[in-house]
Every structure is written in structure tokens, then in C-alpha cells.
Design a protein around this ligand. Structure first.
Ligand code: SF4
Length: 249
């Protein structure tokens, strides 16, 4: 008994009390900011391995960014990555960060379907499909339910069967081999259902964009309810994005 109390004392609190205000330690790269400093914009865009930087007008597309940090290392006065992990939004356009803009990334309230908040605010069960993912986003999504992040406290959980789910969370760039299983999974979820794209690969194809090995028709043919950038996504980015979608404060 005494030993148990001793262990509990030394471990302290395991869970993060306020997921909205948590601070991310270490080298985490969150929302980038592009200053108004004058630089060779083409040279800056050419650095990016995924084409996430567009030179005219200068901006960074978080849906393509792998957060490798190359641009910031080469042009530290021009691009800085903040620790702001709130990157999720329901609007593809809002993933694009423009020069001189330091506003946070937020969802567009007009694009949130009414039934989502009405039906899923108290309980949201999600089926995860790794559509040619590399296990990085999948690991981080798994961490969302651990004792630290504990997203289950809001009724948000992953389930084993699409029949028990209210929506699908897609990771990976969606290879041809995974296009049909993804569609079958989605079809098995009862309506109304939501779609969340987690990670750069799922949002744009990432470094595989344009590969003939991909089949991304599913993305083009369905309404996407939430984009969660990251490579991989951070649990706080995912949980805060879903909480915003559901209207949880
Ligand atoms: S951090 Fe993003 S925008 Fe910058 S070079 Fe890497 S992928 Fe491109």
C-alpha cells in the first residue's frame, strides 16, 4: 500500500487537465508564420520537397506541408514555426497560411453540418482506416485515447467496427489497393456519418501526391468534415479539431 502511494506521488498527475491550453514541449512545429521580410520567394518555394510553398502570392499549404522545417532553417527570418497545435479546420482553403497573417487556424461555422453537433456532441465513435499509411499518424491517433490525452472523457473514441461508428478517420495517401476497402468501410457506417482526414498524406497525398499508385477518388466525391494537418498529426491537434467540430468548449 505504502509503495503504491509512493509511486503515485512520484508519478504525479498523468492526464492533461485542460487539453485546450496544454503546452507542447520539445521540437514540435505547429502553425507557421510568414513575416513580411523581403526574400527570394522562388528560391524559398524551391526548397520545399512537397510543393507546399507557393511563391506568388507567398503562402504555405498546411495540407501539403510535412513540417520538415527546411524552409525555416534556410530562411529563419522569413518563416517561423510556432507551437500552436490548433491546426485543424473544416475548410481546405483555411489550411493555407499567407504572408503576414498570424491569425489562428479555425473552422468555418457555416460548413459544419447541423446534425453533427446535434447527434454526436455527447458521443462520437470513429472507425480508423489506414489507407496506405506509414503507422505514424496511426500511432498518434492511438495515443489520443491514452491516459495523458484521454479523449474518451469527451465521449470521443475509436471503435473496432464501422457498424458501431459515426464516422471514419482516414490516414495515408489512399493507395489503389486501399480505395475499395475504404469505400466498403464508409458504406458500412450508418448515416449520418462524418469524414476526417488525419495527416498530410490523407489531405493531399503528401510526398506521394500525383503517384499512379494512388486512387483518391473517394476524397473528390465526398464532403470532408475535418482536415487535421501534421506529419504525423499531434494528438492535441486531432482532439482540439474534433472538439471544435462538435462544439465542445
Ligand atoms: S516545413 Fe513544410 S513548407 Fe517548409 S519546406 Fe518543409 S514541407 Fe515545405
Amino acid at each position: 500500500m505504502l509503495n503504491t502511494i509512493k509511486i503515485m506521488y512520484h508519478q504525479g498527475k498523468q492526464y492533461i487537465p485542460d487539453l485546450r491550453k496544454a503546452a507542447v514541449p520539445g521540437i514540435f512545429r505547429g502553425r507557421p508564420e510568414i513575416t513580411l521580410e523581403s526574400v527570394d520567394k522562388k528560391a524559398l518555394a524551391d526548397i520545399c520537397p512537397t510543393g507546399a510553398i507557393i511563391s506568388d502570392p507567398l503562402c504555405i499549404d498546411l495540407g501539403k506541408c510535412t513540417f520538415c522545417g527546411e524552409c525555416s532553417r534556410a530562411f529563419p527570418q522569413k518563416i517561423q514555426f510556432t507551437k500552436d497545435f490548433k491546426l485543424s479546420t473544416n475548410s481546405r482553403e483555411r489550411l493555407v497560411i499567407h504572408e503576414g497573417v498570424t491569425d489562428p487556424v479555425v473552422s468555418d461555422p457555416d460548413r459544419i453540418r447541423k446534425e453533427i453537433r446535434k447527434l454526436f456532441r455527447g458521443s462520437l465513435k470513429l472507425r480508423q482506416v489506414s489507407a496506405a499509411g506509414d503507422n505514424s499518424c496511426e500511432l498518434e491517433l492511438n495515443a489520443c485515447g491514452n491516459v495523458n490525452f484521454d479523449m474518451g472523457r469527451y465521449g470521443i473514441e475509436f471503435v473496432a467496427s464501422p457498424r458501431h461508428a459515426d464516422g471514419v478517420v482516414i490516414t495515408g495517401p489512399i493507395s489503389k489497393n486501399m480505395a475499395e476497402p475504404l469505400q466498403i468501410t464508409y458504406d458500412a457506417i450508418p448515416s449520418p456519418k462524418i469524414i476526417i482526414l488525419a495527416g498530410t498524406d490523407a489531405i493531399s497525398g503528401g510526398i506521394f501526391e500525383g503517384s499512379p499508385a494512388l486512387d483518391r477518388k473517394f476524397i473528390d466525391e465526398h464532403h470532408i468534415d475535418l482536415y487535421v494537418p501534421g506529419n504525423p498529426v499531434h494528438p492535441l491537434t486531432f482532439i482540439n479539431g474534433v472538439m471544435d467540430l462538435l462544439g465542445i468548449r
